[in-house]
Design a protein around this ligand. Sequence first.
Ligand SMILES: [Zn+2]
Length: 360
Amino acid sequence: MNTVTRPSLGKKSLLAAAFGLLVLAGLTVQPAFAEERAKDLFGAAKLPTATAPQSFGFYSKGCFSGGVALPMDGMNWEVMRPSRNRRWGHPALIALIEKLSRDAASDGWPGLLIGDISQPRGGPMLSGHASHQIGLDADIWLTPMPDRKLTTSERENISATLMVDEKTHLVNDALWKPMHTRLLKRAASYPEVERILVNPGIKKKLCDTVTGDRSWLRKIRPFWGHDYHFHIRIGCQPGSPACKGQEATPADDGCGKPLAWWFTQEPWRPNTNPDAPKARDLMTMANLPKQCQFVLDAPGPESVDAVTYRGGDVPVAVAEPDPERATSSIGVATLPASMNAFTATPEIGVPVPRPRPSGN
Ligand SMILES: [Zn+2]
């Protein structure tokens, strides 16, 4: 290509010219400079790796091995949107969900409707969440489970209940029940649960109404969306040295100034650049921890059944905090004031707000 010798052409034009030639030649292979998107590779994985459970990287930039599936039904839960194949997690998270379902039932919650957990090998998702990548995040509906087994079609199509008024950002008082508060309190009570993401209106409702022990409010973090479901995040588990933890939440209840910010115009400004691609749409394997290529290539189990959680003694623990690992993350409390619901994904630390998928 003699264009290479022409100094008037910038690098970009050269790449464009090269790409044009490839297209003209009818080549189906991707040009070397357009690496495959990580979300397509991880989104295509049907089964986890048949290796030890381990999380690599951060909640919004990583993957995991040794995942197990939450069964479609339990005594006190039902998995929603089964076609997404996102009922996979680190065994410690799956065990925790099972425990929460039992404890919540004894608190009077009729049962959990389980939303997205992770893809079988984690990684960025084809749609939706920025986080949920390392098997340590799970969405649970704020709608209680009905007292019957839902059909597959119902699980795909039933909508969760919107708990928050979209204009005022306040909880709909006709819908919010003491049992919602008890459920969130129970979820926050486990030491391994580090954060629970909820809509700011829900955080405010808790701030305004919880009496007695308020220490658990520290873990309840306001964030965009999360008005149909709440999001549980557990810490890095033992055996995952390459898992990047998130900095601890501030010790106070978070009901003061940081919450007041959510009730200003600032977080809700219209998107000035609605077409800007999201981080998950741009990530290539080069952006993920290098172990994620091995995770992608590792052999899988014989069947889904072989890696479906059966209960029992899966250890759930809080990994020893490692100050060196925790420094690069940003807490939600430290969000810059210029951020709004459409701000691009920060490098690390803040789960990106997302357009609400219907019924989620
Ligand atoms: Zn979530």
